[in-house]
Ligand binder design. Structure first.
Ligand SMILES: Cc1ncc(COP(=O)(O)O)c(C=O)c1O
Length: 419
């Protein structure tokens, strides 16, 4: 029996069949209600424990401007966490104020830095060489650096972004010096940011991480003589991708984080820093799924179920062997009839969305839902093999709205002027 929060929706065969008929497959489907609930839950847990906090939604997880707008309507104070000019642009389209947002680059070009500076977004740098590049363009009033504390944790190694093997951040022993450089350049307002991995379900990890960040902040503050204006612990809060995993108890986590935070800072001080969070997966991950149709069944050396959603539609399984639940539309609790590999129509053997997965009997034409595809789903979709990218729809009270139309073949070649 699956315990997925959208199970009732997946059991509604007539609604999902109608969506498939009206909008075609593969189709990204999002639930307004789930998206708002996730954001409100996190915001409440923060409000209960911190006087100053700020949520910057990680646009990289899903940059559809309609979804960004919905987040902004749900929480008008929300900011965005952006990794590129394109993400700053998307957040602006949705009305999210760049002044409430953060740009975290890595190995940024001069053009990237110029765009960020001109948009008035908080700039978070990955390295001292980024600071030197930025200085040639112009300097913001406030800056932060991304700390690599020397350790990291992710749901799997591919999405662990801290530690000695990670390409990100300023090493722990260089962090004070880079802020010193910024002071010498004339910057006097600071934040500190850290992001060491995605998909973490262990609350104790975040307390360990926050302690390491605050230790580093203390050392930096001794050098700059300034209290941090914000401390961002990045994103990384995981969601259950499997039935046997449990969601992180978010109230408890925020209460533990507050205890640590206020053992370093006096919450009554006027200049006590704000705690910033940059969640992606936690907000949008379980609010979206892919509605897909069985296109072919093959009994070879292995049993294959071919779907019209392949690695061009959802890359995570091929890219990092990520696990997504697959549910039979209309029958999410049906007993498995055997084990199958789910594949798509892409001419690659890594086009495998699940391997040896117990699944109920299916026939060509049946509908299958690929769950928890809201984050890093469409955002990572491609046109590989000249497959147009799918449509996206938003369900609100059971009513569907197209929030991105399906591409067609002409769209793929629109920029290749042949005249
Ligand atoms: C700097 C930064 N912030 C936030 C996030 C969002 O992470 P998640 O979706 O795990 O919350 C990421 C993801 O890679 C990131 O690199």
């Amino acid at each position: 029996m699956t315990n997925h929060p959208l199970k009732t929706l997946i059991a509604d065969y007539s609604l999902l069949n109608e969506l498939a008929e009206n909008f075609g497959t593969p189709l990204y489907v999002y639930s307004s209600e789930r998206l708002s609930t996730n954001l409100n839950r996190l915001n409440q847990a923060l409000a209960d424990n911190f006087d100053r906090y700020h949520i910057c939604y990680a646009v990289k997880a899903n940059s559809n401007p309609h979804l960004l707008k919905l987040l902004h309507r749900t929480l008008p104070a929300i900011g965005s966490d952006c990794a590129s000019p394109g993400e700053i642009y998307a957040a602006r389209l949705a009305g999210i104020d760049p002044a409430h947002s953060i740009y975290t680059g890595n190995y940024e070009s001069n053009e990237d830095l110029k765009y960020a500076l001109e948009n008035g977004i908080s700039i978070n740098l990955d390295d001292s060489t980024s600071l030197a590049r930025l200085a040639r363009i112009g300097l913001p009033g406030r800056i932060s650096f991304r700390l690599n504390p020397g350790f990291g944790r992710g749901m799997f190694p591919h999405i662990t972004t801290g530690g000695e093997k990670a390409k990100f951040g300023v090493p722990r022993d260089k962090i004070a010096a880079v802020y010193q450089q910024a002071v010498e350049m004339g910057i006097h307002r600071f934040g500190l940011q850290c992001m060491t991995g995605s998909g973490v379900l262990d609350p104790d990890y975040f307390t360990e991480l926050l302690t390491a960040i605050l230790e580093a902040a203390r050392e930096v503050e001794a050098v700059t003589g300034k209290t941090m204006e914000y401390i961002s612990i990045g994103g990384g809060i995981g969601i259950p991708y499997r039935d046997e995993e449990s969601p992180i108890p978010i109230d408890q986590l925020m209460s533990s984080l507050a205890k640590i935070f206020f053992s370093y800072y006096n919450r009554n001080d006027d200049n006590c820093p704000a705690l910033w969070l940059e969640p992606g997966k936690y907000i949008i991950g379980d609010a979206g799924f892919i509605l897909s149709r069985v296109t072919g069944l093959k009994n070879s050396y292995r049993k294959f179920v071919g779907l019209d959603a392949g690695m061009e539609t959802i890359l995570r399984p091929s890219l990092y062997s990520a696990y997504h639940r697959f549910l039979k539309v209309g029958y999410p609790d049906d007993e498995p009839a055997g084990k199958v590999d789910f594949t798509g129509r892409i001419c690659e053997n890594t086009d495998r969305q699940a391997i040896d997965r117990p699944f109920p009997a299916v026939e060509e034409g049946d509908l299958v839902a690929i769950m928890d595809a809201g984050a890093y789903g469409f955002a990572m979709a491609s046109q590989y093999n000249s497959r147009p990218r799918p449509a996206e729809i938003l369900l609100t009270n059971g009513q569907a709205k197209v929030i991105r139309r399906r591409e067609d073949l002409a769209d793929i070649y629109r920029n290749c002027d042949l005249e």
